[in-house]
Design a protein. Structure first.
Length: 511
């Protein structure tokens, strides 16, 4: 054999790079260019507006955008800048960084995301949340069903109030061995973690990255619609917990019915050995103080944004009570910055560590903050070229004549493919709400119902789509095949789909 033949036989064929779905930033950059190009083809037009700025149904008419090619090119160039702090001129409606009028950009939401990122990072740096969940797992180690329910409810609470999702990836090392020791399989651990946090995000009540951003884009309060979302959260969380427990008990009674099967060593530890030998994570006084402070901060946030008069009387136009704060994103951003400092002081971090954690937290959350800016930049291009109302008018023709309940279901279904293309809830909300929210006015439905339908679509998709790190990363950490996870979760997805349609339709009918 020649030297050439030997070299050719030992050389490995080049590996073809695997396709990876582009990031939300890349997707939105592509969407920005696509919308800019479409603006040359879509005719410009607008609705007449009422005193509150909402479009009046039936008043759409064609207008001249008045933009030259250079103006349009400038809008594309400045799209991210306008998305952050663009100002809308009161007379012309144009948005630009040097105009006079109201803030159109998402600077308030941008700073809020960075502030809550700093707060969450400081909380995790104390170790209190990890220890608290670890202590719960240890306390319930001999009561499997109660353990599953306890962990899922905690994750669901965190999901509904602060978008707890990627943070769950750090708990597989604790929960997978524990579930195996209790006689369950790895799928039980996956369901407990992914579905526990995921159902909370799906039914977000005040989650700033979903409900908060969507409410801001829809020009309503974060607290609008919170009663419907809370009831929805209670019911869907209970159903999801029951689904996972039912599967867990089936596997425990008959291991052969496990969808995943068992890897070598999975069945080596019986129920008594590992849980008893494991040490209970200790909660020091500082950890307890951090957890209490964290709970009080989120409780105060809920209190500050809820329109109590409307929620308690059912009248959307009810006069606010004297104790209502009516806070929005500027106040909430300040709240979480102060809360981050307070947590650091309670945990005795020291000035150097606290400062670095706040900076690190803001840096870690710069990606979703930039996604919001880019998505808002797309709406600026649509606004300046006067095609937003044209798109709205075309969709108006589709939903015209439908009942309020059917309209709400359509909003939910329409957002499913959008959630797949834009896995970032913040970017999806900022992009879709300027179109969807005015549709609610035409249908005589509260904009809060549209926000609920939108976030349910986003949350439902994120329970299973392979474009989310939470799902793909979770099954990889648990050593469970993605195809097996889909087999496990699809009956629940079908049930949740029907229940969501029922909830949003009922909410629409009530309004």
């Amino acid at each position: 054999m020649s030297t050439t033949e030997t070299r050719q036989s030992t050389e490995q064929p080049p590996h073809k790079p695997k396709f990876t779905f582009p990031s939300a930033l890349t997707v939105l950059a592509i969407v920005t260019i696509a919308v800019w190009l479409l603006a040359f083809l879509i005719p410009s037009g607008q609705y007449d507006r009422n005193a509150s700025g909402a479009p009046i149904q039936g008043t759409y008419h064609r207008v001249d955008s008045g933009q030259s090619f250079v103006d349009r090119l400038n809008d594309l160039f400045l799209a991210p800048i306008n998305g952050l702090y663009g100002i809308q001129d009161e007379k012309t409606g144009q948005v630009g960084p040097h105009l006079a009028g109201e803030l159109y950009g998402s600077a308030g939401v941008f700073l809020f995301v960075l502030a809550i990122g700093a707060f969450i990072t400081v909380v995790f740096a104390t170790g209190a949340l990890d220890r608290g969940i670890g202590r719960l797992a240890h306390r319930l180690r001999e009561r499997g069903a109660l353990l599953i329910a306890g962990i899922m409810v905690v994750f669901s609470v965190l999901g509904t109030v602060e978008g707890f999702a990627e943070e769950t990836l750090g708990f597989y090392g604790l929960i997978v061995p524990l579930m195996l020791a209790l006689g369950y399989d790895r799928m039980v651990a996956v369901g407990t973690i992914i579905l526990g946090a995921g159902i909370g995000v799906l039914c977000s009540t005040v989650n700033p990255f979903a409900t908060g951003v969507a409410s801001s884009a829809a020009d309503i309060s974060l607290g609008d619609g919170i009663v419907l979302r809370f009831v929805m959260w209670v019911v869907l969380t209970a159903v999801t917990v029951a689904y996972v427990i039912r599967y867990a008990r089936r596997v425990q009674r008959n291991p052969e019915r496990s969808i995943t099967g068992f890897l070598p060593g999975d069945r080596d530890n019986n129920q008594e050995d590992v849980p008893e030998s494991a040490e209970e994570p200790q909660l020091a006084g500082l950890h307890k103080a951090v957890l209490i402070t964290m709970g009080l901060v989120f409780a105060f946030m809920i209190f500050s944004v809820v329109p109590w008069a409307s929620a308690l009387t059912g009248d959307a136009d009810a006069k606010p009570y004297g104790f209502e704060l009516g806070w929005s994103f500027p106040q909430l951003a300040a709240l979480f910055l102060c809360a981050a400092v307070l947590i650091g002081l309670v945990a005795r971090m020291g000035e150097q560590k606290l400062s670095s954690m706040i900076i690190q937290g803001a840096a870690d959350f710069i990606s979703p903050a930039l996604v919001i800016v880019l998505a808002r930049g797309v709406t600026v291009i649509m606004n300046n070229s006067k095609i937003t109302d044209t798109v709205l008018h075309s969709i108006e023709g589709i939903v015209k004549g439908t009942s309020s309940g059917v309209f709400a279901i359509i909003v939910f279904v329409v957002n499913l493919p959008l959630a797949f293309l834009i896995p970032s809830t913040s970017g999806h909300a900022t992009l879709a709400m300027p179109i969807l929210a005015p549709l609610a006015d035409f249908a005589g439905v509260s904009r809060a119902v549209v926000v609920t339908a939108w976030q349910a679509a986003s949350g439902w998709m994120n329970l299973w789509v392979p474009t989310t790190a939470v799902t793909i990363g979770g099954v990889a950490l648990a050593k469970v095949g993605y195809d097996k996870y889909l087999r496990f979760v699809w009956p629940l997805l079908a049930l949740l789909f029907l229940m969501i349609c029922g909830f949003v339709a009922f909410g629409a009918i009530l309004t």
